[in-house]
Design a protein around this ligand. Structure first.
Ligand SMILES: NC(=O)c1ccc[n+]([C@@H]2O[C@H](COP(=O)([O-])OP(=O)(O)OC[C@H]3O[C@@H](n4cnc5c(N)ncnc54)[C@H](O)[C@@H]3O)[C@@H](O)[C@H]2O)c1
Length: 339
């Protein structure tokens, strides 16, 4: 139980798409947050067997899940091209939705989702779990307290190795189902983190992509350059072509009196290290991260339950749509896109 006020205890979740992120991270997270897994919808019989083993009702499609009154909130974790239909169906059923990032594989799908959510007046959030990482919360608080002065730049490397056989059905390498490659998959986390840490959204964005190492038809790397509404410069390197042994999960927040460097905090699990570097002497010291063993997913599920009851800005459809428009415009404006 994460929430001292007990606000997460009773929330009953339905999960649409019971694959890697749902099984390994979201469902353990919602249980850690004190919520209940009620039902799962997934066409894959093995996923439904796993759902039953986890004590949930299991359906081959989402209609029965959405009809169940015990399902009080819906988590969507299908491949990207199915987010739209799942969210539209959940909205028509009047259920609050937490949908995995990217919001959708295309901007048109994301806009349609936004229209469905507004029409149905349901609460909607995109699952940017990393804004709920305990280390990133500590960085946000340190920045707000002036620990590094005026924030001037944020540099993020968030990369992995994703070869074509990464999974039995590697939809991430399929442009029609993923909507893109490393950029659309990994950059949303970093762009959202800029807002989580500084309170400023990225307002201008340029992107260069590459297809350099992996043999598939989506970008396997991208470099993005942006600027927040208040002038923070943002550099993101995302990739599917980075060997796992290299440093590839790093977040740097640079300020006028110091910097904060986080290693191995970007990702689905708690942990990693955070240091504050003094701008005058160059000395560094660990930045205390509250003793919070909870995973980013557990904290995200707890935050969503709290948000349903109390509101606030932890989740924001319009902010998520602005992020999708920004990425879409950056990809469309890329000079000589990679082929
Ligand atoms: N926040 C994060 O850190 C994070 C990490 C991984 C994945 N994701 C996102 O989560 C989503 C799922 O990714 P994944 O790695 O778990 O993929 P996955 O392929 O492991 O799982 C997807 C599941 O969806 C199911 N599915 C397919 N069609 C369906 C349908 N019509 N109805 C219901 N279920 C259906 C598949 O059978 C599969 O079980 C993607 O949008 C991805 O970008 C987010």
């Amino acid at each position: 139980m994460l929430d001292a006020a007990g606000t997460t205890a009773a929330l009953g979740w339905g999960v649409i798409g019971f694959g890697w992120v749902a099984r390994d991270h979201a469902v353990p997270g919602l249980r850690e947050a004190g919520a209940r897994l009620v039902a799962v919808a997934d066409p894959d019989p093995a996923a439904r067997r796993a759902a039953r083993a986890a004590g949930a009702q299991a359906h081959p499609d989402w209609d029965a899940l959405l009809a169940a009154p015990e399902v009080e909130a819906v988590y969507v974790a299908t491949p990207n091209h199915l987010h739209r239909a799942a969210v539209e169906a959940a909205a028509a059923a009047g259920k609050p939705v937490l949908c995995e990032k990217p919001m959708a594989g295309t901007l048109a799908d994301a806009e349609a989702m936004g229209a469905a959510v507004r029409r149905a007046r349901i609460p909607y959030g995109t699952a940017f779990d990393q804004r709920h990482h305990p280390a990133h919360g500590a960085i946000r608080d340190a920045v707000a307290a002036g620990a590094i002065g005026t924030v001037t730049a944020i540099r993020i490397a968030y990369a992995c190795w994703l070869d074509p056989g990464w999974s039995a059905d590697n939809w991430r390498a399929d442009p029609t189902r993923a909507g893109g490659g490393a950029l659309i998959d990994l950059a949303p986390h970093g762009l959202d983190l800029v807002h989580a840490i500084t309170g400023e959204e990225v307002a201008v964005l340029h992107a260069l992509t590459q297809r350099r190492v992996q043999p598939y038809a989506v970008d396997d790397g991208a470099m993005l350059l942006g600027r927040s509404t208040g002038g923070v410069l943002v550099q993101l390197h995302v990739a599917y072509n980075c060997p796992d042994g290299l440093p590839r999960r790093r977040l740097e927040v640079v300020g006028s009196t110091g910097a904060i460097v986080a290693d191995r905090t970007m990702g689905q699990t708690p942990g990693g290290t955070v240091r504050r570097i003094c701008g005058r002497l160059g000395l560094d010291a660990p930045l205390p991260v509250p003793d919070a063993p909870a995973s980013p997913f557990a904290r995200q599920m707890a935050a969503f339950a709290r948000w349903l009851r109390r509101g606030g800005d932890a989740f924001d459809l319009e902010r998520d749509l602005r992020l999708m428009r920004l990425m879409d415009a950056a990809v469309r404006a890329e000079p000589a896109p990679c082929r």
